[in-house]
Design a protein around this ligand. Structure first.
Ligand code: CA
Length: 225
């Protein structure tokens, strides 16, 4: 998933970027609200982590503006302030959850996973479509109860398409799931990866859930639950 992290403390920002990238996300980590607004206008994020105490525009105002601009992705507040008023105000402004600093990374990650799952409309930590099951915590796929050997990039594409099942997903969006920078993006890479993914899903069972919608992108045709 593509995450936007807004944290002015350099060490924590670096730590969040590293750990969340290791967990398989593409992370855009910025130090202030102004840069965050710019990133949110340029790219499609799946979730944002917002520190409340920021220099310049504060985190609450940032959340207000993101919501005013129609951004609906889940927002998790990171705050050193432990008072209940701050949490209530944050949630009232449009945030979906909060974690109080100092925090355990495992707790943050569990909350992020839950927010991502719910925002895609799934209540279980697995996504199932016919013979295909994704375990989104372990980042593993299985087909007909046999583990499916996918590369990290193949897995990310599959998870994204399944989360957006029965919707056309543009190639640009898939590229955003793989690379943080525009320069590295090459639509041919997506075609190659989707081609490999299709062959693996077809396997012995003949499962063909990914359609190409010419000029638009890809469509995961099976209903996922
Ligand atoms: Ca701060």
């Amino acid at each position: 998933m593509k995450l936007l992290v807004v944290e002015d403390e350099a060490l924590l920002r670096h730590h969040l970027q590293t750990r969340l990238s290791e967990s398989g996300h593409v992370v855009e980590a910025v130090a202030n609200a102004e840069e965050a607004l710019y990133q949110a206008q340029q790219y499609n994020h799946d979730l944002a982590v917002v520190d409340l105490g920021l220099p310049g525009m504060g985190g609450l105002e940032l959340i207000r503006q993101l919501r005013a601009e129609g951004k609906t992705f889940p927002i998790l507040i990171l705050t050193a302030r432990g008072s209940w008023e701050d949490k209530v105000q944050g949630l009232a402004t449009g945030a979906d959850d909060y974690v109080v600093k100092p925090f355990q990374f495992e707790e943050l990650e569990a909350r992020l996973s839950a927010l991502l799952r719910r925002s895609s409309g799934f209540t279980q930590p697995t996504i199932t479509a016919g013979p295909l099951v994704l375990d989104i915590n372990r980042k593993q796929a299985s087909l007909d109860e046999q583990p499916l050997a996918l590369t990290a990039f193949e897995y990310r594409i599959l998870e994204y398409l399944m989360r957006h099942h029965q919707q056309v997903v543009a190639k640009d969006r898939l590229m955003e799931q793989l690379y943080p920078d525009d320069e590295e993006r090459d639509p041919n890479v997506i075609e190659v990866l989707v081609g490999r993914l299709r062959r693996k899903l077809e396997g012995d069972v003949g499962f063909k859930p990914i359609d190409t919608v010419r000029g638009l992108g890809y469509l995961f045709t099976e209903r996922c639950r």
